[in-house]
Design a protein around this ligand. Structure first.
Ligand code: PNS
Length: 162
């Protein structure tokens, strides 16, 4: 069985992430969406681990062949533990490349049997990022086009617009 791990902070999940998962489903037998539960990162996140996980699970609940889990520590260790053959990452623009390239090579060093697999989202999401979404939501801008309903609701709550 070809399992791909799709790791990220998902702070919060966006339609760009969902687009990527749908594309990957035509290639892999199973996608494991792995939400990073690292303490240092948590401090930088707007949403807690529980909130991020709730939004991801709610968003992906009807997708067969998709599993959601949280992980602590090294991604390479998770990959080995669940027997994944690929790490899935999105490449939106050249600016993503350097960081992604470094991570891919380091992960290959740590888990040599696992390949990083890059996919490009639909053009309409190439400029979309969780950070931009949070910035727009902070000032009650319209993000309907870019995030699932549950995320829109939680962002409104977070910034006091609901
Ligand atoms: O959505 P993000 O924030 O770009 O995701 C980054 C993430 C979670 C994939 C990356 O920080 C990660 O893999 N963290 C786990 C710790 C780890 O394995 N670090 C070494 C990477 S080479």
């Amino acid at each position: 069985m070809k399992i791909a791990v799709y790791p990220g902070s998902f702070d919060p999940i966006t339609n760009g992430h969902i687009d990527l998962i749908k594309r990957a489903l035509s290639i892999f037998d199973k996608i494991v969406v792995a939400i990073a539960d690292n303490v240092e990162k948590e401090r930088e996140c707007l949403f807690t681990m529980e909130q991020r996980e709730k939004m991801v699970k709610e968003t992906l609940k009807d997708m067969d062949k998709v599993e959601v889990l949280r992980f602590k520590g090294l991604l390479a260790d998770l990959v080995k533990k669940i027997g994944a053959c690929s790490i899935l990452r999105g490449l939106r623009a050249v600016s993503d490349f350097e960081y992604e390239f470094q991570m891919a090579l380091m992960n290959r060093n740590l888990a040599p049997s696992c390949e990083t697999f890059f996919l490009t989202p639909s053009e309409k999401y190439t400029y979309l990022s969780s950070s931009l979404i949070k910035d727009i939501a902070r000032f009650n801008g319209d993000i309907s086009e870019f995030v699932p309903e549950v995320v829109k609701r939680e962002l409104k709550k977070k910034f006091g617009f609901a």
